[in-house]
Design a binder for this molecule. Structure first.
Ligand code: TNX
Length: 540
């Protein structure tokens, strides 16, 4: 009898099904595999200290802070603790193994990012209120289990357009936290556009002095589309100056790297260039007002060497500031006709024997790619850079107008990130409803539509390795500058794209996903005060 009492006091019995159904019914994005790991579960109150090596200090401190708050106890870091974080180089970099048994919890990752993901999965096994820093019961029992998990795609990105509407630095950090919870690993910052230049460039302070302010009369408004509903009328109010200092960017990069998130900078040229043209004023800068989608129709002059000198200065600073391997050069929606009426560009066409604007576009992209490569980075651009001639080797594309250009590029051996607007653009309305605001060019992008996306659809087997992953995007010409709008448009669709990017197709099922959302993830977002969009039916 004594033994039985002792046994039941120490062993919190769990069954095989307990462990599997527990994990599969709550974790998002869904994990690869769950196995039982003995019969006895682990009582949370037993966590006293966390062990980790120096290379995992950031991840260790992150976990310590959350657990100290939610267990209301002083959790220390020391050798021999019963929560172990470690690295095993034999695993893939973002892979992790989370093991729970009656004595301890262990997270082993292929890199610090892998360990961070193991921590995220562990946190989702606790009540959702931990995400809001609330206290949970120390009697809470975790079933014994072994989770082995790794992403389907290497690149799982989210683009934020901070040009049309600026996002304050602190809000950006909060946003990164939320991305990381969903195992999204790239924050793509669209730093420049017609409506604003948002990055401090020390060698050209005029870029932010003039380019980070909007509302001087000739500027490009946001919400300028002729068929935009009245509620989305043009916004020409004075705005700014708003930009990130290089110091802030360094802090952002450090904050994001603890959470496995890399920061991809985009300097969008040669179109979308009204803000940079404010300080450069090239002869291709004659269109003062917006045409469709808030685009000015201005381009950077391809026959003016000052342009490439300035881009060299800018890219030198961007390359030194952002540690990520890639720099995005834009290349989308270029009004090529603008080049055809510029004397310098006409001269260039003659000397180079260019037949039309697409050849100038290809030349321009080639020059910028060369600069990016010179500074030790890899260029990436929007799918229009495929036009007008050969793409410089080593340049990747993001396929946004649809999956088609990405499919064609992959077949040619070009690295592709799928960002098809019809599935991935969170600036689109989710449903037909008078209260829904947003863009319409890619149709309604409901959560189910996003979830249904398979980036490998129609990609021949032999070309699939060129599909590096997916990216969602939040463009902001149709958003009011309140943080709540960013959340309303991002969530819960980000939960869907996270699973598209991370989980195996056999683990993707919309009904199960929605059940997990209902049972856990709306509560998780609530506890962090994220004002997500509550799914509602459309109105026909
Ligand atoms: C197209 S996607 C754009 C953006 C707009 C967006 C609106 C891309 C490379 N260019 O400038 O904001 O559509 O959905």
């Amino acid at each position: 009898i004594f033994c039985m009492v002792l046994f039941s006091a120490c062993c919190h019995k769990t069954s095989v099904q307990d462990a599997q159904s527990f994990v599969y019914s709550r974790v998002l994005p869904q994990v690869k595999s769950v196995k039982p790991n003995g019969e006895c579960g682990f009582k949370l109150g037993k966590i006293k200290s966390i062990s980790y090596s120096d290379s995992l200090r950031n991840q260790g401190e992150y976990l310590t802070e959350i657990l100290s708050l939610s267990l209301s106890s002083d959790i220390e870091s020391k050798k021999g603790g019963n929560f172990l974080l470690s690295i095993n180089k034999d695993l893939k970099p973002e892979q992790y193994q989370l093991a729970v048994d009656k004595k301890q919890i262990s997270v082993v990752g292929g890199s610090p990012a892998g360990v961070f993901y193991g921590i995220q999965t562990f946190l989702q096994l606790l009540p959702p209120s931990v995400f809001g820093g609330h206290k949970i019961s120390s009697d809470y029992i975790l079933p014994a289990m072994l989770v082995d998990d790794a992403p389907r795609f290497d690149y799982r990105g989210m683009l934020l357009d901070v040009s049309r509407h600026f996002i304050q630095f602190e809000d950006l950090l909060e946003y990164v936290d939320l991305l990381a919870q969903h195992k999204i690993n790239v924050l793509h910052l669209h730093l420049t556009d017609d409506q604003g230049w948002r990055l401090e460039i020390k060698s050209h302070p005029e870029l932010t002095q003039t380019g980070a302010v909007r509302g001087t009369g000739k500027d490009i408004p946001v919400f300028s589309h002729a068929s935009a509903p009245k509620s989305q009328a043009a916004d020409t109010d004075p705005y700014g100056p708003f930009f990130y200092s290089q110091e802030q960017i360094k802090k952002l990069i450090q904050y994001a790297s603890t959470r496995g998130v890399k920061v991809l900078p985009e300097i969008d040229v040669p179109g979308h260039s009204f803000a940079i043209n404010k300080s450069l004023n090239t002869s291709c800068n004659t269109k003062g007002s917006a045409d469709i989608n808030g685009i000015s129709g201005n381009v950077l002059c391809a026959g003016d060497e000052r342009v490439f000198k300035m881009l060299d200065d800018i890219i030198a600073e961007v390359a030194a500031l952002f540690p990520y391997d890639y720099i995005h050069l834009g290349g989308d929606e270029v009004n090529q006709n603008q080049w055809l009426s510029c004397s310098k560009c006409k001269k260039l066409m003659k000397t180079k024997d260019f037949k039309d604007g697409s050849h100038i576009q290809n030349y321009f992209v080639g020059r910028v790619s060369e600069i990016i490569t010179k500074y030790g980075k890899k260029p990436v651009g929007w799918n229009e850079i495929l036009h007008g001639g050969e793409l410089p080797s080593g340049t990747s594309i993001m396929s946004w107008t649809g999956p088609g250009p990405g499919i064609e590029a992959a077949k040619k051996g070009i690295d592709v990130i799928m960002a098809a607007g019809q599935y991935c653009y969170f600036d689109m309305k989710e449903a037909k409803h008078p209260q829904e605001q947003g863009h319409w060019w890619a149709g309604f992008v409901s959560m189910e539509k996003t979830y249904s996306y398979d980036p490998l659809e129609s990609i021949p087997q032999e070309s699939q390795a060129y599909i590096k992953g997916i990216s969602a995007a939040l463009w902001t010409e149709f958003l009011v500058p309140e943080q709540e709008q960013f959340y309303y448009k991002t969530f819960p669709r980000l939960c869907a794209i996270a699973e598209v990017g991370w989980s195996e197709p056999k683990h993707q099922d919309y009904e199960g996903f929605m059940k997990r959302m209902g049972a856990y993830h709306f509560k998780r977002l609530d506890s962090q005060n994220v004002k997500y969009r509550i799914p509602r039916a459309s109105v026909n």
